[in-house]
Design a protein around this ligand. Structure first.
Ligand SMILES: NC(=O)c1ccc[n+]([C@@H]2O[C@H](COP(=O)([O-])OP(=O)(O)OC[C@H]3O[C@@H](n4cnc5c(N)ncnc54)[C@H](O)[C@@H]3O)[C@@H](O)[C@H]2O)c1
Length: 352
């Protein structure tokens, strides 16, 4: 008994010993924790988003096992996090040789790996570096946990989601219900900024944000804000621009040291919790997300989706748009189409 306890304690720091002891085999993990839950892998776990997101996931009672993967620093992050007294078991994996071990048996894989923006850069400027990172990580997912739901955070999301889809298609594991681009930060910002203008509690506000996740491709539907509030034309123009430029506002304020990390970790944790509650069977969980879609003529689009036991169960149409929103939609589609095609072309030129 004491030996078992000791073995359980060192699992946090030395995952490779797990197989030898068999105390916490992958199959038994869910039953060992204080609460039944899911196995979640975070890829890019040592970064600006990764670290606070790892903390929030470790605090989520629905996460029973948390795997932290990065090319650097995960032993330290894992040791630090493993001292928090939540029931989630945390294990660290570092370097590409440990990627596959970090992914085996996962229910949800969250990917914030890659470089963030610096002032003057657009999300598209990140393409060359992040495209290759997302490609490699998705190859690992296809091999080791093909049934996992995958949340893509790495920018440019408008291209990295199509990249992930093309990798999964080439590997024969593609399921459109399980691939989701995380746009929750746009919704979180929209709720906050609208609440500020109206002078209400942001937790009461729900703003659908559609399109994509870059500049003008982010389109808040301020005519559909819940509860129903009336905004003036000037307020709508101000809010739309501020929501579209929310990321740039943070990039400029950080003046070269990165992009949104804390608000992104908050948004990603909120979206992960929604996904896990839905996977567990909770009904009626609706969130905005950038997903394979047929609601417009583009193959990927952000709109409200119903999350369920298999990931995205239903993609909802956009609902009635006013003239300002219709114009915004027409403009964003050209840019979004080009970003989607860039992602698809990238994978077509690679040998996987
Ligand atoms: N979807 C969104 O709303 C949203 C919001 C903010 C930032 N982002 C994006 O998230 C990404 C991460 O941002 P950040 O601020 O955390 O950056 P960061 O540089 O602080 O962290 C990125 C981490 O990824 C790791 N990494 C690099 N290559 C890797 C690989 N091949 N495998 C695993 N890990 C690898 C790095 O070591 C680093 O720890 C960026 O692409 C950024 O643009 C998305």
């Amino acid at each position: 008994m004491a030996g078992e306890r000791l073995a359980k304690m060192i699992m946090h720091l030395q995952p490779e010993q797990e197989a030898a002891h068999g105390v916490l085999s992958m199959q038994r993990c869910r039953m060992q924790g204080g609460s039944p839950g899911f196995k979640v892998a975070l890829l890019g776990a040592s970064g600006g988003i990764g670290q606070p997101l790892a903390l929030l996931l470790k605090m989520d009672p629905l996460v029973s096992v948390l795997h932290l993967y990065d090319i650097v620093n995960t032993p330290g992050v894992t040791a630090d996090l493993s001292h928090t007294d939540t029931s989630t078991i945390v294990r660290g994996f570092v370097g590409k040789d440990q990627l596959e071990a970090s992914l085996v048996g996962m229910d949800l894989v969250i990917i914030p790996a890659g470089v963030p923006r610096k002032p003057g850069m657009t999300r598209d400027d990140l393409f060359n570096i992040n495209a290759g990172i997302v490609r490699t990580l998705c190859e690992g997912v296809a091999k080791c946990c093909p049934n996992a739901v995958v949340h893509i955070i790495s920018n440019p999301v408008n291209s990295t989601v199509p990249i992930a889809a093309e990798v999964f298609k080439r590997k024969g594991t593609y399921d459109p219900r399980r691939l989701i681009g995380v746009t929750t930060l746009d919704v979180v910002r929209a709720n906050t900024f609208v609440a500020e203008v109206l002078g209400v509690d942001p937790r009461l506000v729900d703003v659908p944000v559609i399109g994509g996740h870059a500049g003008i491709t982010i389109l808040p539907l301020l005519s559909q804000v819940k509860p129903v509030y009336s905004l003036t034309k000037d307020e709508v123009t101000y809010l739309t621009k501020r929501i579209q430029n929310g990321g740039t506002e943070v990039v400029e304020a950080k003046a070269g040291s990165g992009s949104a990390t804390l608000s992104m970790a908050y948004a990603a944790a909120k979206f992960a919790d929604s996904t896990l509650r839905a996977l567990r069977g909770e009904a009626g969980i609706i969130q905005c997300a950038f997903v394979p879609s047929q609601v417009t003529d583009l193959p990927y689009f952000a709109s409200k989706v119903l999350l369920g036991r298999n990931g995205v169960e239903e993609v909802f149409p956009l609902g009635p748009l006013n003239e300002y929103e219709r114009e915004g939609l027409a403009k964003l589609k050209m840019e979004l189409k080009a970003s989607i095609e860039k992602g698809i072309t990238f994978v077509a030129t690679q040998s996987l």
